[in-house]
Design a binder for this molecule. Structure first.
Ligand code: RET
Ligand code: FE2
Length: 567
């Protein structure tokens, strides 16, 4: 796995034409834009964890049956500071960085103190978010970076905290039909409270958006939920929506805020401040989108860890939601580069298999229902919800499918009844070896896989005017561990899972995490990024000059005076 996880990947700023075999449907015109870690060492220093790697954006532009590939490192402040210093100077999820080797005991103490109020990284490596006409690279901190989806150029750094009081936010927002964004973030010990904040970013504003005005300026808090504990809020990676409700899981996988505040001084990473509490329940919060208030019924289930919600919808007075669930929080442990690069087969064995589970919640609990009775009466599922003594509801999920992650759906069905889950198939390791189509109705599945091939998250693109949910294609970027085989963009018929085409690119491609498809806007492929950005360089040996937006004087972030982390 050294090829995939060990080496830093080069940028390809000029479009590289791919070798297409098979036939890409004529209607498929647009750009698949994806994000993921591409650089794992800077100078002599190396990151510990795969989620630490510097964000490398890449895109596949599909035009008239041809595919053009490009890639570019996100010029985050983090990237620039690291490249300038020729070593890692900004802390990431699994790596705590020490920017200025402290000269004496006083400056040492000062440096430690300033880190008790951490300012997180803007290395936005997880996903791409669309806000109206704007695109942002995202991670889970308070920073997002605007990008040019065509040239992959990095634009403004946006601090969520300027607009909504959140220190963390998911990289999996939801979109309504008008393109408005709904997301969840955590506000940590702000005015004596820790809350989960659901916020909305409108795609458009009355009178139109003024040039250069951030859509975030019009962000509003939709609802907030008090965390059960001030100093140990839940960690979460996504959430669910139906037409009328938001589903938020307060799971026993928690961030320890005191540990975070002392992490720098103790020389440990943010990752070490995350822990699974198997003795706790998972609390299921349901927010009514019409009243913007949590529903009064208290729902809970057994301890579990969920990273990805698949979909949710309402049926016959019930709320159904599907998630990929784990029995514990061990998943992130498997992504330490030491595990991935050495004895991969032994070190990255899943101890808890990611399982597609369906939960069904009664939206109205009959006061007269007997304690212990099952409140779910849907013929389509075996999921149960049991009434408890105190009026609470204990939910027992239906187990649908074992061994899948990175789920995607036909997004036209988001929040609505749906039938198909497209996902990456994982067997013994968290790195996918297959692409799966799971049919919830027939409980059957279709698979695509090839020797030495490691697929990325499969993305569904509907055929224009499609009526059937699976009328469309699946796109996935495939990397290979066979040096003879180039990476390729795979195009599958989403109905039959037969290969329609593959577009091989002679580059060393990184394994990415998430992304989106932008239907064609008729971009000029030859257009280059404005020259204020640094040209492509060999990342190992050369330094790039800073971008205009990155004047942090070699000082690091990790030290900010904003008070929302303070107690
Ligand atoms: C830097 C940082 C964080 C980063 C988390 C990351 C980078 C998570 C990535 C998750 C992925 C890629 C999941 C895929 O399913 C935290 C813990 C939120 C909080 C502290 C600062
Ligand atoms: Fe994710």
């Amino acid at each position: 796995m050294e090829i995939i996880f060990g080496r830093n990947k080069k940028e390809h700023l000029e479009p590289v034409r791919a070798r297409v075999t098979g036939k890409i449907p004529a209607w498929l015109q647009g750009t698949l834009l994806r994000n993921g870690p591409g650089m794992h060492t800077v100078g002599e220093t190396r990151y510990n964890h795969w989620f630490d790697g510097l964000a490398l954006l890449h895109s596949f532009t599909i035009r008239d049956g041809e595919v053009y590939y490009r890639s570019k490192y996100l010029r985050s402040d983090t990237y620039t500071a690291n490249i300038e210093a020729n070593r890692i100077v900004v802390s990431e999820f699994g790596t705590m960085a020490y920017p200025d080797p402290c000269k004496n005991i006083f400056s040492k103490a000062f440096s430690y103190l300033s880190h008790t109020i951490p300012d997180f990284t803007d290395n936005c490596l997880i996903n791409i978010m669309r806000c109206g006409e704007d695109f942002y690279a995202t991670t889970e901190t308070n920073y997002i970076r605007k990008i040019n989806p065509q040239t992959l150029e990095t634009l403004e750094k946006v601090d969520y905290r300027k607009y909504v009081a959140v220190n963390l936010a998911t990289s999996h927002p939801h979109y309504d039909a008008a393109g408005n964004v709904l997301n969840v973030g955590t506000s940590i010990v702000d005015k004596g409270k820790t809350k989960y904040v659901i916020f909305k970013i409108p795609a458009t504003v009355p009178g139109g958006r003024k040039e250069g005005r951030s859509p975030l300026k019009d962000a509003e808090v939709f609802c907030s939920i008090a965390a059960r504990s001030l100093l140990s809020p839940s960690y979460y990676h996504s959430f669910g929506v139906t037409e009328n409700y938001v589903v938020f899981l307060e799971q026993p996988f928690k961030l320890d805020i005191l540990k975070m505040a002392t992490a720098y001084i103790r020389g440990v990473s943010w990752a070490s401040c995350l822990a699974f509490h198997g003795e706790d329940k998972t609390h299921i919060h349901i927010i009514d989108r019409r009243t913007r208030k949590p529903v009064l019924t208290k729902y809970h289930t057994d301890p579990m860890v969920v990273f990805h919600h698949v979909n949710a919808y309402e049926e016959d007075g019930c709320l159904l939601f599907d998630v990929i669930a784990y029995e514990d929080g061990s998943l992130y442990q498997l992504f330490y580069l030491a595990n991935l690069n050495k004895d991969f087969k032994e070190n990255s064995r899943l101890t808890s298999v990611p399982t597609l589970k369906r939960f069904v919640l009664p939206l109205h609990v009959d006061k007269n229902a007997e304690v212990g009775s099952n409140l779910i009466n849907l013929s389509s599922t075996t999921a149960r919800a049991l009434k408890e003594k105190d009026g609470q509801v204990y939910c027992q999920p239906e187990l649908l499918y074992e061994g899948l992650e990175l789920p995607r759906i036909n997004y036209a069905h988001n929040g609505k009844p749906y039938r198909y889950v497209f996902a990456a198939g994982v067997q013994w390791s968290p790195i996918p070896t297959k692409i799966i189509k799971y049919d919830i109705l027939t409980k059957s599945s279709l698979k695509w896989g090839e020797e030495h091939c490691w697929p990325a998250e499969p993305l569904f693109v509907p055929t224009p005017g499609a009526k059937d949910e699976d009328d469309g294609i699946i796109l996935s970027a495939i990397v290979s561990t066979d040096p003879q085989k180039s990476p390729f963009l795979l195009v599958l018929d989403a109905r039959t899972f037969t290969e329609l085409a593959r577009a091989s690119v002679d580059v060393e491609m990184h394994l990415d995490i998430h992304g989106l498809f932008i239907p064609d806007a008729g971009w000029d492929l030859g257009k280059q990024a404005p020259s204020r950005e640094a040209p492509a360089r060999d990342m190992q040996t050369e330094k790039s000059p800073p971008t205009s937006s990155s004047s942090n004087n070699g000082e690091t972030r990790g030290l900010c005076s904003s008070g929302s982390f303070q107690e």
